[in-house]
Write a protein that binds this ligand. Structure first.
Ligand code: SAH
Length: 265
């Protein structure tokens, strides 16, 4: 019996898969990928003769049956997922039938689209004295939000919000952020197909106009929404510096000019 590896394929650029993920693909007997987002990586590194299938039209039962069948024939079976497998994937739904069938599984993390979107836009999701917290969430679509996790509640923290699966629900996003007290001029960023060579688009706007901007740009799928008080900081005249690099700050690798006051790393 082989092992089924859940491999994070990264956000779209085939070069953004991990070395470990690529090596597993190169040694795989069978690969099941999730739709067009990750097909490139699968096809680029799959060995000749490897069984490669798209799960786009399969049900969860068909997917687990396919993986179980392949694991009975091959030592390495890869389930390629977009971004990181721990976020909005079907890891647990697939792990359970594989566990029941006595098949070993393992997970290789991937670069999430939240990180790729920040990278594309050259944004920092945390900034000293502005926000030190990132919330990865979504608004309710067909999947309802658990109690206490509405965007209006989460947004009260005024930290960075990375919104998955919500680009068609920008009206709800606007309403809930306003409910939480975010001003109309709060910066909002949308990155469509982050990291996809030649296809990525970056839309910058405010809470008031981001929906219109996305409509004009015809962006209605595969997009990450980032709302954060740290957006655009690259162009601010004054930014609080990280304490770690302060000349007076002593830490494990450097003695500061004067003794540290608080906060050792
Ligand atoms: N596990 C994935 C998320 C899967 S849910 C991850 O870690 O990124 C699918 C949602 O992810 C999409 O609706 C979109 O919000 C986001 N997404 C995935 N790939 C993206 C990309 N290349 N650019 C922008 N958003 C992306």
């Amino acid at each position: 019996m082989g092992t089924v590896w859940f491999v994070g394929a990264g956000p779209g650029d085939p070069d953004l898969i991990t070395v470990k993920g690529r090596d597993l693909i190169a040694s795989a007997g069978a690969i099941l990928y999730a739709g067009s987002l990750v097909s490139e990586a699968a096809l680029r590194w799959a060995p000749p003769g490897c069984a490669v299938a798209d799960s786009k039209t399969m049900t969860l039962e068909e997917i687990s049956a396919w993986l179980i069948g392949q694991a009975q024939r091959h030592a390495v079976v890869v389930r390629l997922q977009t971004g990181d497998p721990s976020l909005y994937g079907t890891l647990i739904e697939l792990a359970q039938p594989l566990d029941a069938a006595g098949i070993d599984i393992a997970v290789v993390p991937g670069i999430s689209s939240a990180m790729a979107a920040a990278a594309s836009a050259v944004e920092s999701l945390t900034l000293p004295e502005i926000t030190q917290t990132v919330i990865l969430t979504r608004v309710a679509g067909r999947t309802p939000m658990p109690a206490g996790e509405s965007l209006a509640e989460l947004a009260r923290h005024r930290c960075t919000l990375c919104l998955f699966l919500s680009i068609t629900l920008l009206k709800t996003v606007q309403d809930e952020l306003r409910d939480a007290g975010w001003p109309d001029d709060a910066p909002v960023l949308v990155v469509h197909k982050a990291s996809w060579p030649g296809e990525e688009r970056i839309i910058r706007g405010t809470l008031a106009d981001i929906r219109e901007r996305c409509r004009t740009a015809r962006i209605n799928s595969q997009a990450m929404i980032i709302a954060s008080p740290a957006l655009g900081a690259r162009h601010w005249p004054v930014v609080a510096k990280s304490r770690l690099y302060d000349p007076t700050f002593t830490h494990r690798f450097r003695r500061g000019a004067t003794p540290p006051v608080e906060d050792k790393p």
